[in-house]
Design a binder for this molecule. Structure first.
Ligand SMILES: Nc1ncnc2c1ncn2[C@@H]1O[C@H](COP(=O)(O)OP(=O)(O)OP(=O)(O)O)[C@@H](O)[C@H]1O
Length: 240
């Protein structure tokens, strides 16, 4: 394993895994791979950790193709050459004309398909490629739109099954991800889908960029703050 891989992406990923116990001995992990940079790097990184026996677990990629994806074969071959198998599940997506949030519907459907596959095939964890930027953006959206201090958790256990959702990229930012994917030469899958990201997320992204121009540590401080809450200095009413 090359040293730059350790510093650029494996160290922050291992920090998250170790801090939140994201990988436990004997885990069977299904990774949601969209073919985009984040989940591709996640899949590759978990493959490396497995290859070098850093943790004792099994890992398989799972891609839901709603008929919108381009260049899936070179992507899949890249991972197969690396010794990782990826299932491509084809499922046509039927969009209702009155659906005001198609991205949400699509994401719900995708999760449902993955969840069912995981349960039917003995996987106990599903890994998603949400990143540090997603955590900060979600924090901002909750604050601005819902007046709530909340973001994306690194691990969630389903109430109705033994399945856990894990997010090992929460300490990794887009700059490091882009650089890693480029250096690793992972072929990226593109999508024909016309639905752009939700407007509010775009606005919160540009707001973050504006704040970071003045306070470059902003995103890192949000990550730190989310596990450093001084409850006695909030408006939460504590037991007396
Ligand atoms: N078509 C898909 N098949 C399987 N998993 C998916 C698919 N699309 C998204 N996911 C999973 O859901 C996560 C969140 O989805 P989202 O669309 O927000 O991804 P993203 O931020 O654009 O990241 P990426 O660069 O991985 O596409 C992804 O990181 C991935 O793990």
């Amino acid at each position: 394993m090359k040293r730059w891989m350790q510093t650029l992406f494996l160290k922050p990923i291992r920090n998250a895994i170790d801090r939140y116990n994201l990988i436990e001995p004997g885990d069977r992990i299904l990774v949601g791979v969209s073919g985009g940079k984040d989940s591709s790097l996640l899949f590759f990184a978990l493959g490396l950790l497995k290859k070098f026996n850093i943790y004792d677990f099994e890992v398989t990629g799972f891609m839901v193709d709603h008929g919108m994806l381009r260049a899936v074969i070179p992507h899949q071959s890249f991972f197969e050459d690396f010794g990782l198998s990826m299932i491509v599940h084809k499922e046509p997506f039927v969009l209702l004309s009155n659906d005001v949030s198609p991205c949400y519907t699509c994401s719900r459907m995708r999760k449902g398909i993955m969840r069912q596959y995981a349960l039917n095939h003995g996987y106990n964890k599903i890994a998603f490629g949400h990143t540090k930027d997603d955590v900060v953006e979600t924090f901002m959206m909750n604050l601005i739109k819902h007046g709530k201090i909340a973001s994306i958790p690194p691990v969630v256990k389903e109430e109705t099954s033994h399945l856990k959702i894990i997010r090992p990229l929460i300490y990794l930012d887009e700059v490091a991800i882009l650089k890693s994917v480029k250096l690793l030469e992972i072929p990226i899958v593109t999508s024909k889908c016309i639905h752009a990201k939700a407007k509010i997320r775009e606005r919160s992204e540009s707001l973050i960029s504006m704040i970071e121009a003045e306070f470059p540590e902003y995103s890192s401080q949000v990550i730190k703050a989310l596990s450093n809450i001084d409850l006695e200095r909030t408006l939460i009413k504590l037991e007396e």
